[in-house]
Design a protein around this ligand. Structure first.
Ligand code: C5P
Length: 393
């Protein structure tokens, strides 16, 4: 295992020595990257000696392969950790500023990122720092929050670097998580579908797409190859995910059937329209006081997958307003699924178009597994960890 360890400029930089030793003891190859500020607190020679490796920094010139080497290294590493991470580096990472070696390295990395901020408590409490950290977390970065204690400025407060042992543990965990689903192809659907009435109007369902996007992101973070098939939503494509945009349920069906050929799992989190209006070629004129719309049943994509199953795991969602578990159980059997994720959409603040969810996972054997209320990103991780328990390759 290879870990790139960034060290930025703060008094806690000396604690990087303990992190390197901890990683070294665990058999990890450590490649340190020292920022200019970091180099004012700790010498490259110390890091080189402890890591038994060269130290990368702004001074790594083209002669040492500097420019190419950072890209080369991004391909080799399992985790990129920055400890201590100063307010300045959190800001650079959040905004993608790449004006030195460490920040340029961040923007080139696809491996999981762990940051351990350390700074004075006033800097830690500043809205700018909070916002930057929120951006990084939303991107999947793991943050080890600083601890409270006696700071270098001779005052009490939150800002002290997290315990180096905890940092080592978090780095090792991230590396392990990142290969849980290696070699698996996971297909995820997300968002609503739009069924056109005419060239300007459509029928649709409530769905932000956030649950499906979180699942895609969590699967990619666990090392899976991910295909995300999504209806129209306003979300950024998670890193490392192949995205296919569709509009109607017919388009979604086609994309799912094409992608399932070599899929190990299909997770249908999309809110697919069940009833489809007739489509008028020209715009329907406003004139009549009433118009009749006769809706017809559209494709039930998941049912179709269940009827023609291969060896892939099939996971559906059941959004219900009443008899949640009974209806979900019925759906699981009728659609011939392996798992169904039931969520009660009558509870305010969770489910459709909300940031949080609370679900129960049901399986074919009749087991129920409750997942308590949490942000959808966390729920996604729990669903994957439950579904793929003991199944990774
Ligand atoms: O039957 P119901 O719509 O409640 O089933 C929900 C599950 O089936 C979800 O996983 C949803 O993505 C999937 N579904 C589908 N095609 C439809 C309707 C729902 O694949 N037309």
């Amino acid at each position: 295992m290879v870990v790139a360890l960034g060290i930025s400029g703060g008094i806690a930089a000396y604690k990087a020595c303990e992190i390197i030793r901890g990683l070294d003891k665990a058999g990890v190859e450590v490649q340190t990257i020292l920022s200019r500020g970091g180099a004012r607190f700790i010498t490259p020679l110390t890091l080189q000696t402890l890591s038994r490796n060269t130290v990368l920094s702004d001074r790594t010139g083209p002669g040492d392969g500097g420019a190419v080497r950072h890209i080369d290294l991004t391909r080799r590493i399992d985790v990129f950790a920055v400890a201590p991470a100063t307010a300045n580096f959190l800001a650079k990472f959040a905004r993608g500023i790449a004006d030195d070696f460490l920040s340029t390295f961040y923007i080139s990395v696809t491996a999981p990122v762990v940051v351990a901020p350390a700074m004075n408590s006033r800097m830690w409490d500043h809205p700018a720092t909070r916002e930057n950290l929120a951006i990084l977390k939303a991107r999947g970065t793991r943050s080890l929050e600083p601890e409270s204690g006696w700071l270098a400025e001779q005052e009490q407060g939150v800002g002290r670097l997290a315990d180096p042992e905890r940092i080592v543990q978090a780095i090792l965990e991230e590396a392990e998580i990142s290969s849980l689903l290696a070699n698996l192809h996971v297909v995820v659907t997300a968002g609503p579908t739009r069924e056109p009435l005419d060239p300007v109007r459509f029928r649709s369902n409530r769905s932000s797409g956030r649950m499906g996007f979180s699942l895609a992101s969590a699967a990619a973070r666990r090392g899976a190859r991910v295909t995300l098939i999504t209806g129209p939503v306003g979300l950024h494509t998670p890193r490392g995910v192949r995205r296919i945009d569709v509009e109607s349920s017919a388009e979604m069906r086609k994309a799912v059937l094409e992608s399932r050929a070599d899929a190990d799992a299909v997770i249908m989190a999309a809110a697919v329209s069940d009833y489809i209006p007739p489509r008028s070629e020209g715009k329907i004129k406003k004139g009549a006081a009433e118009i009749d719309l006769r809706l017809s049943r559209g494709p039930d994509i998941l049912m179709e997958l269940g009827q023609s199953r291969g060896s892939e795991i099939l996971i559906g969602f059941a959004a219900e307003t009443e008899n949640l578990l009974d209806n979900a159980r019925d759906k699981l059997a009728r659609k011939n699924l392996d798992f169904i994720v039931a969520n009660d959409i009558s509870v305010p603040g969770i489910g459709m178009e909300a940031g949080e969810n609370e679900v129960t996972i049901l399986d074919r054997e009749g087991n129920t597994h409750p997942v308590p209320r949490a942000p959808k990103e966390q729920i996604a991780g729990r669903i994957l960890d439950h579904v793929f328990r003991g199944r990774s390759r």
